[in-house]
Design a protein around this ligand. Structure first.
Ligand SMILES: Cc1ncc(C[n+]2csc(CCOP(=O)(O)OP(=O)(O)O)c2C)c(N)n1
Ligand SMILES: [Mg+2]
Length: 325
């Protein structure tokens, strides 16, 4: 049982890490346009929590959402193709890196506006509550988003109406270059739920097994009709805020100390120490993850661009110039 879970989680962590490294390489080669926010260091949060969720649950995420989409089983090729702006992408190539979406996988999107995930999540939660559905919503956000008004407004409504929403804070300690103690008077985000009637707790977000267990407990509570819960995962991003950020505001020592707590190595070492997996098992998982990402890149690269870039917009620029309504 534990072996199967660890094997699944380690594969997911390897896939997540390789996918994001490959995305950075593709960006550097000019294949991915626009902004690109990567997830290395934070993998245990999406992997641990989403592997504790049910297929019927809904997920709302931020612009740092590639791994969340993968953990909802959106095919890696469809995620990579979206980042390449291709028609086979999960948003038809119109969204790009920050706007992955798949209704089929109940992945209600990545959102670029900080704090935008909260109202979307409680809207979905309201619909589920109205229909007395057993499904719940998992709403991801960064600690910087807890400073937005939408955080408090949404938590208040969710608690008042006992909506089935699990709020998951990815506290990576930085809001672009601003460290958490410079942007928030209360740096532990879970404590900020209680003023709105939302209970919460903090978990080590560098430990995927701890996140998985905490998410399972929280989901059971939310699914049981007890209203929302706030799970704060204490984590760290190894790269800059986006590809455009060199991260000069952090010392090399700080980054090195956090890299020593790498969630991927952490799980790998525990799997070996406990005899859950051996070196060959791990190598096979590593090879499989690399192969899947290679195939995703090939698929994206061979996919066509969307036929009509203006499909779905209210007015075509050429119509405007020609004076047509
Ligand atoms: C409403 C709004 N204000 C400002 C921005 C610019 N912005 C983009 S990401 C970001 C930092 C968000 O930090 P956090 O919520 O901690 O998420 P992280 O990037 O660390 O995952 C800011 C200020 C934005 N996208 N939306
Ligand atoms: Mg942050």
């Amino acid at each position: 049982m534990q072996r199967d879970l660890v094997k699944q989680l380690l594969y997911d962590m390897l896939l997540a890490r390789r996918f994001e490294e490959a995305a950075a390489e593709q960006y550097t080669q000019g294949k991915v346009a626009g902004f690109l926010h990567l997830y290395p260091g934070e993998e245990a949060v999406a992997v641990g929590s989403l592997r504790a969720a049910e297929p019927g649950d809904y997920v709302v995420s931020t612009y740092r959402e590639h791994v969340h989409a993968l953990m909802r089983d959106v095919p890696p090729g469809a995620v990579m193709a979206e980042m390449f702006g291709r028609a086979t992408g999960c948003s038809g190539g119109y969204g790009g890196s920050m706007h992955l979406f798949s209704a089929e996988h109940r992945f209600l999107g990545g959102y670029a506006i900080v704090g935008e995930t909260f109202p979307v999540a409680i809207g979905a939660g309201y619909w589920l509550a109205m229909n007395r559905s057993p499904d719940v919503v998992l709403c991801f956000f960064g600690e910087g988003a807890a400073n937005q008004g939408t955080f408090h407004e949404s938590l208040n409504m969710a608690a008042l109406w006992k909506l089935p929403v699990l709020f998951i804070c990815e506290n990576n300690h930085y809001q672009i270059g601003t460290e958490v103690h410079r942007q928030a008077a209360v740096v532990e985000v879970y404590k900020r739920g209680c003023g709105n009637g939302v209970p919460g707790r903090r978990v080590d977000g560098m430990d995927v097994l701890a996140v998985h267990q905490a998410a399972r407990d929280a989901l059971e509570q939310v699914r049981g009709g007890n209203g929302p819960f706030l799970l704060e995962c204490d984590t760290y991003r190894f790269r800059g805020h986006s590809m455009a950020d060199g991260g000069a505001y952090r010392s090399a020592l700080e980054v090195a100390e956090l890299k020593a707590r790498d969630p991927l190595l952490n799980l790998r070492n525990r799997a070996l120490e406990n005899g859950w997996l051996n070196e060959e098992d791990i190598e096979a998982l590593h090879q499989k993850a690399h192969g899947v990402v290679e195939e995703a890149i090939r698929f994206a690269g061979q996919s066509p661009a969307p036929d009509d870039l203006y499909q779905g917009v209210y007015r075509r620029p050429l119509d405007l110039y020609a004076g047509r309504p």
